[in-house]
Design a protein around this ligand. Structure first.
Ligand code: FAD
Length: 418
């Protein structure tokens, strides 16, 4: 017989987002708060990120991933939030029942509020249709990071990294420090995909070449990767110019992250086509009453500090218990914007809008437009797809009339790295 449990709040996922959401729900007065995590430890992806660079904004200190996670684990220990690790959520119903399984058997939580904090997953070889043979030695960068930092295995001796996302840049440095020869980081776009600081600290400092506007045209090798053929590509990704062979036994893929939205789909929570995560408002409430989502399941954040910042908003909203009112404004990404969240604004008095630029721009201007009129703007010297623009909603004077707000990013096109 499954165990049946009544809960005020069930948080699914014990990474930084889930821990902050559970903590804030508790601090704002919720009781019978459950935090369910499928791994044996809390911390999520932070546990394998042993490099520094976490917490600069929230704590003003450079912490490693595990150190950052520890701050929230310690804070949770001071509450009576019930943490169940080794517990995997299989299903969430639209009536907010949560089915989970662990060594003790099956649990059914009947929750007033459900918070999805299940993170994201890496895009794989199949998702990018990598041409060539299918030998051993191809890993996603996060998987390689897990093998090196948690299991103590090296994936190979000579590596090429496809994609200049942050995980790829960080792994280029990590593998080099472990004695692996990193031939190059190969990026199909004309600009870097990750944070500039990671380019400087992980590639420049270690003299690892970055090949922009290049991609892997073919993987070679039968049993094990023996090399990759790389070549220059045009704006559409079509090969142009000469190709060259980079000998290697390992290819790491750092080609993007996608929100882990399977559980949300089952519970029929509406998803945003551009972010891949659920539509949320500024308190990270989903479109369906009683459901919230935070962290990388909403959309991929650059920094863990922002993940925590977003999740901490949830407790107040639960505590204020003011019900589910329709949003006053619907935000849509337009010219120059790849994705944005939140996409709904209910009060618009505080919180942040996170906007991912489509391309690099100089003298950039972010505009909020309603009925054809710009009612708020933010200007900055430079923006790049690798770094989100963050707009403080407390600075915005919203129009009287409700409706659609178009979010536009304009500027002079800019493809240089710096
Ligand atoms: C390689 C790498 C390097 C990074 N470097 C930096 C950096 O230098 N600085 C920085 O600020 N940020 C960095 N980040 C980003 C930061 O780690 C993430 O933004 C953050 O971890 C996202 O938090 P999250 O809670 O949304 O997701 P996660 O940390 O992924 O946590 C999600 C949790 O949900 C659990 N879960 C999923 N499904 C279920 C289920 N069905 N049942 C139960 N549990 C479930 C997972 O096991 C996991 O523990 C890095 C990320 C990566 C991958």
């Amino acid at each position: 017989m499954p165990r049946s449990v009544d809960a005020e709040v069930v948080v699914i996922g014990g990474g930084p987002a889930g821990m902050a959401a559970a903590l804030s729900a508790w601090e704002w007065g919720a009781r019978r708060v459950f935090l369910l995590e499928r791994n044996p430890h809390l911390g999520g992806i932070l546990n394998q990120c042993i490099h520094p660079g976490f917490g600069l904004r929230l704590f003003g200190e450079e912490l490693t991933g595990p150190e950052y996670a520890e701050r929230y684990i310690e804070a949770l220990e001071k509450t009576r939030v019930e943490v169940l690790t080794d517990t995997t959520v299989l299903e969430v119903g639209g009536d907010r029942h949560v089915v989970a399984v662990n060594r003790e058997g099956v649990w059914i939580f009947r929750a007033r509020t459900v918070v999805f904090a299940v993170g994201c997953r890496e895009r794989t070889r199949g998702m990018i249709r990598l041409p060539g043979t299918r030998p051993a030695g191809i890993f996603t960068a996060g998987c390689a990071q897990y093998l090196v930092n948690i299991e103590g295995y090296l994936p190979g001796k000579r590596a090429v990294i496809l994609g200049s996302g942050d995980i790829g840049l960080i792994m280029a440095r990590r593998l080099t420090l472990e004695g692996v020869r990193v031939e190059a980081v190969v990026e199909i776009l004309p600009t870097l995909s990750g944070l500039l600081r990671n380019y400087v600290q992980c590639l420049l400092d270690f003299r690892i070449p970055l090949l922009l506007s290049h991609t892997v045209l073919e993987v070679l090798g039968k049993e094990r990767v023996e090399g990759v053929v790389v070549g220059r590509v045009d704006e559409k990704g079509n090969p142009v110019g000469e190709k060259r062979l980079l000998p290697c036994d390992t290819l790491l893929l750092s080609v993007g992250l996608v929100p882990e939205s399977e559980l949300l789909k089952k519970s029929q929570i509406p998803l945003c086509p551009s972010s891949g995560g659920p539509f949320v408002d500024e308190d990270f409430a989903c479109d369906v009453p009683g459901f919230f989502a935070c962290g990388n399941v909403v959309g991929v954040f650059d920094l863990v500090d922002y993940v925590t910042e977003s999740a901490l908003r949830i407790g107040r909203r639960i505590g204020e218990n003011e019900g589910h009112t329709p949003p006053r404004f619907i935000l849509s990404p337009r010219e120059g914007v790849a994705t944005l969240f939140p996409q709904r604004i209910r009060r618009g008095k505080d919180g942040f809008l996170y906007v991912r630029p489509k391309e690099g721009l100089r003298k950039a201007r972010l505009s909020l437009i309603h009925n054809g009129k710009e009612f708020h703007s933010l200007t900055f010297p430079l923006c790049r797809p690798g770094e989100m623009v963050r707009l403080d909603l407390a600075q915005v004077s919203w129009p009287e009339e409700e409706g659609e707000v178009q979010v536009v990013l304009r500027g002079e096109k800019h493809v240089d790295l710096l």
